[in-house]
Ligand binder design. Structure first.
Ligand code: ADP
Ligand code: MG
Length: 263
């Protein structure tokens, strides 16, 4: 069943309307150590197509590593990771096929400083996918319009605010037409107004049916927008469920303790 889905990638806009036969992302018993540091100790998590999942948990609990295992930036030691039918843990993995589906945005904006906003958005489809420049430009203009930054198309990153840079970074990922987006603390370095702008961009993506997985400290966003909240501690998923459950009736004392400190 997973293979069938892998052969028929759906446009993101209709992804959520499809039968939820297989999860978009599935991790089972994922383990990862760096030297003697055990970072993931058997992570199991399932993310439905089109859902927004917020991953919360203390610093050092393995949240970034978990995200990086989903798009093969970090190889796993054991366990399985399946992303839209692609076995990410398979040594024969086609990384390009995976990365076309999975976009990732980090806390640091890491835009190319000597390229304009528009050029940043256009680069990967032209250089990685060898797509037609005119088509890519039209798509990039549409994306900048969508994030309400068309007027900054010819600005360099240094002339943009942190929030604007982060939205360009999101548009740059979207230019590859992913069906899944990973966000690693993308608002952590921003002031409250910019946090709002960036979260509103992410909310729009979610409404279009793109599967979003966010590591975030924005509990308000998690409460309001997430379909699933996942609390990690010491390299395991301690507890996951709908936000109303995690925030109002957490079952595990570790979740209660964490939420007591951050909310
Ligand atoms: P979080 O995102 O929850 O703060 P991380 O996944 O970044 O947690 O890191 C969990 C632990 O793994 C930390 O102790 C960190 O130092 C360690 N770690 C992460 N990446 C590496 C790496 N590439 N090499 C060595 N240690 C790492
Ligand atoms: Mg992190």
């Amino acid at each position: 069943m997973l293979d069938t889905i892998a052969e028929r990638p759906a446009p993101a806009a209709v992804a959520s309307a499809r039968p939820a036969a297989a999860p978009a992302v599935m991790l089972a018993n994922v383990r990862k150590s760096f030297g003697s540091t055990r970072v993931l100790n058997g992570v199991t998590l399932s993310v439905k197509r089109g859902d927004v999942t917020c991953v919360i948990g203390p610093s050092g609990s393995g949240k970034s590593t978990l995200l990086r295992c989903i798009n093969a930036l970090t190889p796993v030691d054991a366990g399985t990771v399946v992303v839209e039918g692609i076995a990410v843990h398979d040594p024969a993995l086609d990384k390009l096929a995976l990365r076309r589906r999975v976009g990732m945005v980090f806390q640091q904006y890491n835009l190319f400083p000597h390229k304009t906003a528009l050029e940043n958005v256009m680069m990967a489809p032209i250089h990685v996918l060898q797509e037609d420049r005119e088509e890519v430009e039209a798509r990039a203009v549409a994306l900048l319009t969508k994030i309400r930054l068309l007027d900054k198309a010819h600005c360099y990153p240094g002339a943009l605010s942190g929030g604007q840079q982060q939205r360009v970074a999101i548009a740059r990922s979207l230019a590859m037409r992913p069906t899944i987006m990973l966000f690693d603390e993308v608002t952590a370095a921003l002031d409250p107004v910019m946090v709002k702008e960036v979260l509103s961009t992410i909310r729009d993506l979610a409404e279009e049916g793109i599967t979003c997985i966010l590591v975030t400290h924005e509990m308000g966003f998690a409460r309001e927008v997430a379909d699933q909240v996942c609390f990690t501690d010491h390299g395991i998923v301690v507890e996951e469920g709908p936000p109303e459950m995690i925030f109002t009736q957490p079952e595990d004392p570790r979740t209660r303790d964490f939420l007591g400190h951050v909310t």
